[in-house]
Design a protein around this ligand. Structure first.
Ligand code: ADP
Ligand code: MG
Length: 343
């Protein structure tokens, strides 16, 4: 049954990712889905753009404007910028000041320190939250993927994000083992930049490299002849130049980084308690995060570890949907929140 005043407390869930920040509004769904990028004017110390608008500025700014990613390597690299960004996105989702203050659930990477967690809480309070709860990303991803995390059965979640790949085994509403490696989508982009520099003497922008990865990236052998024109600056003449890159070349460029991701999963499996290892054989592994969309990654992982891999339906959304489940049903989901270390 729906209470007529149900819309009053529009509680929020936030996925504070290294590449993308998403906000979910209770009974509404995902309302903000933007890159975790902030552009700041160094003269005035004012924010000039946040999200998509700021990402479009990357590599195109005059000296007094800097674009930065507050969560560069899976940790909060720039606390102040992270706070300002979080405040901006929360206010975007919760415009009406006369409404009741929302409860906010924020998903943060599992390696986040307590100092960083406190900063996240404070930013959310400043943005107008009535109460702030923190959930670890792998837990949120597991819930978002539809797993029953309160169960005694162990499940493994592999989340290939922008800055990191997080591998975690969850059971009984908690993270049992987790590992975070600093290889994610960003590293693949960098690998493409480096490859093109070496093989084509061409300097590519970060955003161009990401575009190549998304449109041409594959770890699957075959159809390697498909090619696309790439534009950048010629390292020899310094002039703009166009070259051509094939799928086979992109595959070669990212091979080492892909292998690191596969190795991280294998290492975490080695540390898995024996009782849970059996569960994983039955349940397989849930693969999520934007990087999970890389063509052929799920198959490659499955072959390497000999277990079924389940690629979730919406890899870019599973964390925020999982955190969103918590705001839909606070009472039932209480146990998955991290404790608040009050001073
Ligand atoms: P985070 O949780 O760290 O914010 P996301 O889960 O949002 O990261 O994933 C972002 C990463 O996924 C980026 O590196 C992006 O380039 C990558 N990505 C998005 N779509 C694709 C795709 N189709 N193929 C490969 N990588 C992708
Ligand atoms: Mg994420």
């Amino acid at each position: 049954m729906r209470f007529p005043w149900g819309w009053l407390g529009r509680d929020l869930a936030v996925d504070l990712g290294t590449a993308n920040t998403l906000v979910y509004v209770r009974r509404k769904g995902v309302v903000v889905d933007e890159p975790s990028v902030v552009a700041i004017n160094l003269h005035t110390d004012r924010i000039v753009a946040v999200g998509t608008a700021a990402k479009e500025m990357i590599g195109r700014t005059p000296p007094h404007i800097v674009t930065l990613r507050p969560l560069k390597d899976g940790v909060i690299a720039d606390l102040d910028a992270a706070e300002r960004m979080l405040r901006h996105f929360i206010q975007l989702a919760h415009r009406s000041r006369y409404l009741a203050k929302p409860r906010v659930v924020v998903a943060v990477p599992s390696g986040t320190t307590s100092v960083e967690q406190r900063a996240v809480r404070e930013a959310a309070y400043e943005a107008g939250a009535r109460r702030v709860h923190i959930i670890e990303e792998p837990m949120a991803a597991a819930i978002g993927a539809g797993l029953n995390v309160g169960d005694t059965t162990g499940n493994m979640v592999v989340d290939v994000g922008g800055g990191t790949t997080e591998v975690a085994i969850v059971s009984l509403g908690g993270v049992v083992v987790s590992k975070s490696v600093r290889v994610g989508g960003d590293e693949l982009d960098e690998a493409i930049v480096n490859y093109v520099k070496k093989e084509h003497s061409l300097l590519l922008g970060e955003r161009t490299a990401e575009h190549i990865k998304i449109t041409m990236g594959t770890v699957r052998p075959g159809d390697g002849d498909a090619s696309t024109p790439i534009r950048g600056r010629d390292l020899v003449t310094g002039l703009p130049k166009t070259a051509t890159i094939t799928k086979a070349e992109v595959r070669e460029a990212i091979e080492d980084q892909v292998q690191t991701i596969v190795d991280a999963v294998q290492t975490t499996l080695d540390q898995c308690p024996a009782e849970l290892a059996g569960d994983l054989l039955d349940n397989g592994i849930v693969l999520t995060g934007g990087g999970a969309l890389l063509d052929g990654l799920a198959d490659r992982l499955g072959e390497a570890i000999g277990m079924p891999i389940h690629l979730v339906d919406r890899p870019l959304h599973s964390v925020v949907l999982g955190a969103g489940r918590c705001v839909e049903d606070f009472e039932a989901m209480q146990d998955v929140f991290l404790p608040e270390n009050r001073r």
